[in-house]
Each structure stands twice: as C-alpha cells, then as structure tokens.
Design a protein around this ligand. Structure first.
Ligand code: FAD
Length: 304
C-alpha cells in the first residue's frame, strides 16, 4: 500500500552484547524509510540515562525523527519538565507521553496521568519557543525558534486493566486529546477486527486524532506468553498452536512474520493510517513483514 507510513519502537539495550548489535539493526531499520523511531523509557526513571543515550544515538546515526517516550514516573513536575528539555536537546523531535505503571516501593511523582504529562510537554515547548523567537535587529540575527514537537499517547483497543468501567479508557484518551495529543498508538492486540470496532467507538466518543495500531511479529511461544501477560489480551489460538508445534527457529520465524503481515494487512484494509512496529531491537522480522506488505524495498539478491 504505497503512501502508508511506518515507525519502529526501540528500547535501551540492557547488555553489552545487545548494545553492540544495535547499530546494524538501526541501519537496516532506517533503510526502510520509517517516519520515526520511538525510544522507550522505564516507568521508575530507572532507564533515564540509557534512554537519553539511545535518543542521541538514533539522532546522530540516522536522518529519521526520534520520538522519546516519557512517563510520569517518580519525578516532580519541575524534574519532569527538566527531562523534557534534556530530551529536546538530545535530539527528540516527538514525544510519547505515558503514565507508566506504578513501581512497587517508589513514591508517586508530581504528575498523575498521561494527560497532565501532555500538557507539561507543550508548556515546556511554549517556554522554549518564547526564548527562540526572532529578536528585532539586523537581518539574519536571531532565530525563528524550534518547531513544535508532536505528542503521541497510548490507546488500548480492548480497554486498560485500570479501567473501572467499559468507557474509562475512552474518557482517558479524550482527555489526552483535549490536553494536546496529536496521535495515539495502541497497545498490542491480536485480533484485527477489534481495531475497527475500537476506532469506531473512539470516533463516536469525539476522538479525532489518528489511531495507529502497534504490531509485533511474534516468533516464539515464550514471547507470545510474555506479551499476553503484559497486555492482558486473549490468546490468538491459531498463532499459539502453530508456534508450539513448529520444531525449528526458522519455521517459527516464518510463522510469526506471515501472521504479522496478514494481521497488518487486515488493519490497513480497516483504515489504519500507519503501522507502529515493535522491534525488540531486531530488524529481521519487522523488515520481513514490511517487505511482504510492499512497504519496504525488497532485499537485493546476489547474482554471482
Ligand atoms: P493514562 O492515559 O493516564 O491512563 C491509563 C488508564 O487508567 C486509562 O485508560 C483509564 O482506564 C484509567 N484512568 C486514567 N485516568 C483515569 C481517571 N481519571 N478516571 C478513571 N480511570 C482513569 N510504559 C513505560 O513505563 N514506558 C514506556 O516507554 C511505555 N511505552 C508505551 C508505549 C505504548 C504505545 C503503549 C500503548 C504503552 C506504553 N507504556 C509504557 C505502558 C503505559 O505506561 C501503561 O500502559 C500505563 O498503565 C498506562 O499509561 P497511559 O499513558 O495510557 O495512562
């Protein structure tokens, strides 16, 4: 589907080995022409420096926009504002504002919801724009000020585990839109028909921002189990059985890629404006999915 954009989620590598493998993955992912890379952020603030390093690394190594995730975490309002400034300085040109899940033993931060964080990000940017405004004086002196970073938020196709009622997650998404969110990216889900139903409900709720589905090629039974635990989604039986009975890694890779490509195509057919691919810092599976969808240049075959 020419014209459909895609983006990739990365996380700060946790081992020296995965850090060493990252530049090659970044290069392969950047070659597919993504709209942006998003970089996750630990809820407790535990990954702060590693997230900054990765934002900087992506900004330095590629021409692709960087979307920095930021949580309400345990920082004060002033501390979170300072993080926004540092992320802008590190090269982030977009944000994903999420609440983060409460961390056991940690004291609550100054912000209580993602909607408040969206407001804070815009406030920090407004302050910076004031300082960047062109001063009167000789031609060429001063600047036009930084352009405004877009702010994305999380959406939950089948509701959020904290929802007390069936529509709490729609109220929360509407609140985030009113606070200034430009875009929503969904939590993982496994049944494509749920997407169209959710977008339809959201539109009737007054939510007008684009809702981009998150897609993960699941290439092992262990990863599927973990993703179901994290998302609270129902198991996709066909995928679970196929992965369980397949004896080889190559076979499981093919099953995961083929399933994700069918899933993504169904989402595009249902009107998805773009795809956000969860990479786990690896290029092979997500690039294969994009190739099958005709959204990435096919690999050049050796002819010797
Ligand atoms: P909010 O929008 O603030 O609210 C979450 C839910 O709580 C709402 O949907 C609603 O059901 C309920 N709720 C909120 N306010 C109210 C209210 N006033 N009354 C009633 N109910 C209410 N976590 C990280 O730690 N780091 C990351 O980098 C990260 N990246 C993510 C990326 C994506 C695309 C997604 C989908 C999630 C990500 N998360 C990340 C996870 C996220 O932090 C958790 O899912 C968290 O539990 C909810 O965050 P939120 O921004 O949706 O919160």
């Amino acid at each position: 589907m020419p014209g459909t954009s895609h983006s990739f989620e990365l996380y700060p590598p946790r081992t020296a080995r995965s850090a060493a493998a990252l530049p090659a993955a970044l290069e392969a992912l950047a070659a597919t022409g993504p709209e942006y890379f998003s970089v996750t952020y630990g809820a407790s603030g535990s990954s702060t420096e590693a997230s900054f390093d990765l934002v900087r690394q992506v900004a330095d190594r590629t021409d692709v926009d960087v979307m920095a995730h930021l949580t309400c975490s345990c920082a004060s309002v002033a501390g979170t504002a300072q993080l926004v400034r540092r992320l802008l300085d590190a090269g982030a040109s977009r944000f994903l504002a999420v609440r983060g899940d409460p961390v056991e033993g940690a004291t609550a931060g100054g912000l209580r919801s993602a909607a408040e964080l969206v407001q804070l990000i815009h406030r920090v940017q407004a302050e910076r724009a004031t300082w960047g405004r062109r001063l009167p004086g000789p031609a060429g002196v001063g600047g036009t000020g930084p352009s405004r970073a877009r702010v994305a938020v999380a959406a939950f196709v089948n509701g959020h585990p904290d929802s007390r009622g069936r529509t709490d997650h729609l109220d929360a998404l509407l609140a985030k839109q009113i606070a200034g969110a430009d875009l929503a990216i969904t939590q993982l889900f496994f049944h494509p028909e749920d997407y169209a139903a959710f977008v339809d409900r959201a539109r009737r709720w007054g939510i007008t921002i684009p809702i981009v589905p998150g897609v993960l090629p699941v290439t092992s039974p262990a990863r599927l189990t973990r993703m179901l635990e994290l998302s609270g989604e129902d198991e996709p039986n066909d995928l679970a059985i196929a992965l369980e009975v397949e004896p080889t890694d190559e076979g499981r890779h093919e099953i995961g890629v083929a399933h994700a490509a069918r899933f993504a195509q169904a989402l595009l057919d249902a009107g998805a404006p773009a795809l956000h691919l969860y990479t786990f810092n690896r290029a092979d599976a997500v690039v294969a999915v994009l190739e099958r969808l005709g959204l990435a240049p096919a690999p050049i075959k050796e002819t010797t």
